[in-house]
Design a binder for this molecule. Structure first.
Ligand SMILES: [Ca+2]
Length: 570
């Protein structure tokens, strides 16, 4: 059997430059990930990439002790060979391999890990000339093997050393390690492949005359009206009285989230005095503009986001208040919001669990589902893609909470994975590897609050990397940015100034929207049809033919359910 990586290196990319065809070996990206713990590890991705002796078939060749750990070579009952770092008195005493890293490349890392007792968070770390770079974390167990998937880039080219550390001093078992470098061109080719497969399709438009006969030689112009891929931005209540803000927003985005206005502290700041006026008005603006709304949020699990009156309630009183809140906000917006962030920042915080018991979140999700069975119930949290240092929010921790909540819900309940994406400096290979892990859940994944801190020259470049990675990941189904405007500034990132003139990040967003939409013009063939590659979305089709003076105008929707469209010219 041919290993996937062998097929991969046989794949040839043809670049046409100045009329010359150049053949480049391009390694396709392996999007697979395993989030179940297995009795035996799977083969290393890419045959191990640049790792020497990745499967430990040749004893410990290429590997050395890191710190003061002792390293052993072992064989399982089924004959699998692996390494064990033992006698570890501190977390980083481990096993390592020296590698040469290039600052212009992106590295995808994977490894299979196990511990000898209990569980431990095991982290892959790369010691570089500029310090230590974290590349990914997984919870390793004693009974089975867990796959760590991550990645990194480095600031300076040169020798580096990869090792695994844990938050305990138990043995770490390591096997089937892979570190695969990708050039920038290869990384872009992965984006292009996904965009072609997931965001576009070959559409056929057949033009007929009023008698139903194919109309050859007709000039057809296909102009995008609305992007099919959900791409949005948060809004604030300032949009209600500001026509310039309304025009700027509605001409760009298909989806939105209200920054604060649906939150409990906005609709019932004083106990018993509910006021939905602002949220209702914003929803009306969104409906009028054809913009879909993510409901944000029923509750926020952060202690510091609670009203004074809520903090003072007894357990019984809080339970009543929680039920009342659900029965108030969920029916009100039933059918009018596509998602609910149900108990925001579930992974980081536990206000409701602390007050009401460990299954408080599950009960809340269930109650929302019972009232609005069609709304997608999202978990929504930060740092999972953004900060490897925040180990409380690592992908495996997020998934543990996700599975815990899902296990308590009826099978019919639809859940979604919301990744806030408040970035500083993105680690793009890690971001992709984390999304691969979430993709194993088979539910909608959205980047829900994308922004980049800082206003320096790097901000637009980082935002571009993040948005392209999200748009080009096969499992991501929508992106909403967190750049709602207010006269006093934005949360962390403003796309425009106060006159709605673009900042560099705004120009970037506009250029991506332009790139992601497709325009086509052509002439129908003998069979009256024109065929072209179009991005998913709504289009206006204008037909001109010498048989009539005026053009005819039609609307079509291009999505995976509809490849062929028929229009009648006058
Ligand atoms: Ca092995």
């Amino acid at each position: 059997m041919t290993a996937p990586w062998e097929k991969a290196v046989l794949f040839l990319l043809v670049l046409i430059l100045g009329g010359q065809a150049i053949f480049v070996n391009s390694v396709p990206y392996d999007y697979s990930a395993t989030t179940e713990c297995l009795a035996e590890p799977l083969k290393p991705q890419y045959g191990g990439g640049i790792i020497v002796n990745p499967e430990f078939e040749k004893s410990l060749d290429g590997w050395t002790s890191f710190g003061y750990a002792n390293v052993a070579h072992k064989v399982s009952k089924s004959g699998n060979k692996f390494s064990v770092a033992h006698d570890r008195s501190v977390p980083h005493h481990s096993i390592s391999q020296k590698v040469q890293l290039d600052k212009d490349k992106l590295y995808t890392l994977s490894a299979w890990l196990r511990v000898d007792k209990g569980t431990a968070d095991v982290r892959a770390v790369v010691k570089t000339r500029n310090g230590f770079v974290a590349a990914g974390t997984i919870e390793a167990k004693a009974s089975c093997w867990s796959m760590l998937k991550g990645g990194l880039t480095v600031k300076t080219s040169g020798e580096a050393e990869i090792f695994f550390e844990s938050n305990t001093t138990s043995e770490i078992w390591i096997d089937n390690v892979s570190l695969q470098p990708f050039t920038q061109e290869e990384w872009r080719s992965h984006h292009n492949d996904t965009v072609h497969k997931e965001r576009k399709l070959t559409a056929k438009i057949k033009v007929k005359d009023p008698k139903g006969k194919p109309l050859a030689g007709a000039n057809v112009t296909v102009t995008p009206i609305r992007m099919g891929f959900p791409f949005g931005n948060a809004i604030s209540q300032f949009i209600l009285k500001n026509p310039a803000y309304q025009e700027w927003f509605a001409s760009r985005f298909t989806h939105t989230t209200f920054e604060n206005e649906m939150k409990w502290y906005s609709t019932e700041y004083t106990e018993g005095h509910e006021d939905y006026t602002v949220a209702d008005d914003m929803l009306e603006f969104a409906n009028k503009s054809g913009v879909h709304v993510r409901g944000h949020n029923v509750f926020w699990n952060d202690q510091s986001a609670q009203m004074k009156w809520v903090e003072k309630l007894t357990k019984e009183q809080l339970q009543k208040a929680v039920t009342k809140r659900i029965k108030s906000v969920v029916p009100r917006y039933k059918g009018r919001v596509i998602h609910w962030d149900v108990n925001n920042e579930n992974v980081h915080f536990n206000f409701y669990e602390t007050k009401l018991g460990p299954d408080a979140s599950t009960k809340i999700y269930k109650a929302v589902h019972e009232i609005d069975p069609n709304v997608i119930l999202f978990m929504n949290d930060f740092n999972t893609l953004e900060q490897l240092g925040d180990t409380n929010a690592a992908p495996h921790k997020y998934l543990r909470k996700f599975r815990e909540i899902r296990a308590g819900l009826p099978k019919t309940a639809k859940m979604g994975i919301g990744l806030e994406s408040h970035f500083e400096v993105p680690n793009i290979p890690f971001m992709r590897a984390a999304l691969d892990q979430f993709a194993t859940m088979g539910v909608p994944i959205w980047l829900t609050e994308v922004d980049v801190a800082g206003t320096d020259a790097t901000q637009a470049g980082y935002l571009e990397q993040i948005l392209r990675e999200g748009y080009s990941h096969p499992a991501v189904q929508g992106i909403v940015m967190w750049a709602s405007w207010s006269p006093k500034g934005c949360y962390r990132m403003c796309l425009t100034d106060n006159d709605f003139k673009n900042h560099p990040v705004g120009d970037l967003v506009d250029s991506l929207i332009k790139e992601w939409k497709t325009h086509v013009e052509g002439t129908t063939a003998e069979d009256g049809s024109i065929q072209s590659t179009l991005s998913h979305g709504d289009y206006e089709v204008k037909v001109n033919h010498p048989s009539s003076d005026a053009p005819s105008v039609h609307k079509i929707k291009v999505d995976p359910k509809s490849h062929e469209h028929e229009v009648t010219h006058h």
